[in-house]
Design a binder for this molecule. Structure first.
Ligand code: NAD
Length: 479
């Protein structure tokens, strides 16, 4: 068992003041894995002070120098790929091989890509007689969730650092190994003291960061409920805020879509983190006339998702992050069974491994579009199949939740799918199985948040624009 009892403040590890902590359990064995200290208001204050003091020097370094530090952090993290992949697999439940690729290698690429994009993204430009310059926002308070811990930290911290901001990070208390490794990497990379501070803790620690008067911007990824409170607090103080929140994303399959591909991707690649992904396509919209075909193929496909310990090579789907989260997901399933939806696979009585926070991959069919199951984020391996009569109805159903994070369209041709994609109110729309693109903007409409992460769009979140008007030459002035 690991004790995470130190915060990174002003370039050094400081022993936590408070004995209060969260205990983290191995998601597959339920054994105690770690204790994570809860940072106090004073520790948040010290960290914000350190970030504020470091800002003047860091924000005026040449952008290429800041980018080199970010690359050096990635190089240091690279030394710990195995350790991080194993740690995240145990904490979150993602199968180890996927954890290595998605939870660790992908964010390492993003650290480096962010460094590579910085100079071009932050270069001055001209509009008429104005020179447009990019000014780092200041001290950023970054708060992250547990489901893709290094990815979400990277989306904020790498972008904020190259932009010239200094950072206080409050990572999730349920996935602590990443933040510890990041702190070590920052020290080994020689990052100037105070540029990146990490305060471990729970909701109260996060709240102290949100409320701190000397934080200039809040960048939050997590639930919509918490995001709403953070936005309200930021609004009161007129702080800049970026929010990456929940989703209830739809995949529309048209009548001419390749059913096998829709099913394979709908099951195989959409539930790799046991449905604990904000952009999971948890609503599958199929033509009513094809429902029976989809039903049979989905029921077959789900049998290939072997449940087990994330460290077992045969495992295709691991457990959920915690007992509390497992119980929350289970409550959605029990409620949906009571309402009599067509249970295609899984359900509350499915066989499960003896230990671990498992939920069987579960599919409900003929789910009403306005039902709780089709409207609320479950954040577990639960797919709702919804039928529609014509494509306009499918588009209306897809757009008919409070969220707007992601969507997908499968159709007989790219043109057909694109025609539908252009009508979907979501931050990312995949056409005919197109893969994820880390350089594209990621973020949502409506209850899915404010702002974007990824590529140059993510760096731009952390700068103010300053227009410097230059004197106009006399000839132009007279023209
Ligand atoms: P959460 O909102 O419970 O917690 C997220 C973080 O906020 C944690 O670090 C937590 O300690 C902190 N926190 C909680 N209450 C706080 C408060 N009052 N003030 C300040 N900080 C507070 O979310 P979670 O359970 O960790 O993550 C799951 C949620 O995150 C899901 O809703 C999911 O959709 C969302 N998510 C969104 C994205 C995206 O990019 N849009 C990505 C991943 C996860």
């Amino acid at each position: 068992m690991t004790d995470y009892r130190h915060h990174l403040i002003d370039g050094a590890w400081m022993a936590a003041q408070s004995a209060q902590h969260t205990t983290v359990y191995d998601s597959a064995t339920e054994a105690q894995l770690a204790n994570v200290a809860h940072g106090t208001n004073e520790e948040i204050h010290l960290a914000v002070r350190a970030a504020k003091n470091a800002f003047a020097a860091w924000s005026t370094l040449p952008v290429n120098v800041r980018a080199d530090y970010v690359r050096a952090i990635a190089d240091q993290l690279e030394e710990h790929v195995e350790h991080l992949a194993a740690g995240i697999a145990a904490e979150v439940g993602m199968p180890l091989k996927l954890s290595q690729r998605i939870q660790v290698q992908a964010p390492l690429l993003a650290w480096r890509a962010t460094a590579d994009l910085a100079a071009q993204c932050l270069a001055d430009s001209s509009v008429g007689h104005s020179t447009i310059t990019h000014v780092p926002v200041g001290v950023v308070g970054a708060i992250t969730p547990w489901n893709y811990p290094l990815n979400q930290i990277t989306g904020k911290v790498a972008a904020a650092l190259v932009a010239g901001c200094t950072v206080v990070l409050k990572p999730s208390e349920l996935a602590p190994c990443t933040a510890q490794a990041l702190g070590e990497a920052a020290l080994a990379a020689g990052l100037p003291k105070g540029v990146l501070n990490i305060v471990l803790g729970d909701a109260a620690t996060g709240q102290a960061l949100v409320d701190h008067a000397e934080v200039d911007m809040l960048s939050f990824t997590g639930s919509t409920a918490v995001g709403r409170r953070i936005a309200a607090s930021a609004g009161q103080a007129l702080k800049r805020v970026a929010l990456e929140l929940g989703g209830k994303s739809a995949c529309i399959a048209t009548a001419d879509a390749p059913i096998d591909n829709v099913v394979r991707q709908g099951i195989g690649s959409r539930l790799p983190n046991s449905g604990q992904s904000c952009n999971s396509l948890t609503r599958l919209l199929v033509p009513a006339a094809l429902y029976d075909q989809y039903r049979d193929l989905l029921a077959q496909a789900v049998t290939r998702l072997t449940l087990g310990d994330p460290r077992d090579a045969a495992t295709r789907m691991g457990p959920l992050v915690s007992a509390a989260h497992r119980d929350r997901v289970q409550a959605f399933i029990v409620d949906s069974e009571a309402r009599g939806y067509d249970l295609i696979a899984g359900g509350s009585n499915a066989a499960l491994p003896v230990h671990g926070y498992f939920i069987a991959p579960t599919i409900f069919g003929r789910v009403p579009a306005q039902s709780t199951l089709a409207q609320q984020e479950v954040f577990g391996p639960v797919l709702s199949v919804i039928t529609y009569d014509d494509e306009q109805q499918a588009i209306d159903i897809a757009n008919g939740t409070a969220y707007g994070l992601a969507a997908a369209v499968w159709a007989g041709s790219t043109e057909h799918a694109l025609h539908i994609a252009r009508q979907l109110r979501a931050g990312q729309v995949d056409v005919n199985g197109a893969p994820y693109n880390a350089a594209a903007p990621f973020g949502g409409f409506g209850d899915s948040g404010l702002g974007r992460e990824g590529g140059t769009f993510g760096i731009e979140e952390f700068v103010e624009l300053r227009a410097i008007q230059l004197p106009v030459a006399r000839t132009q002035e007279n023209a």
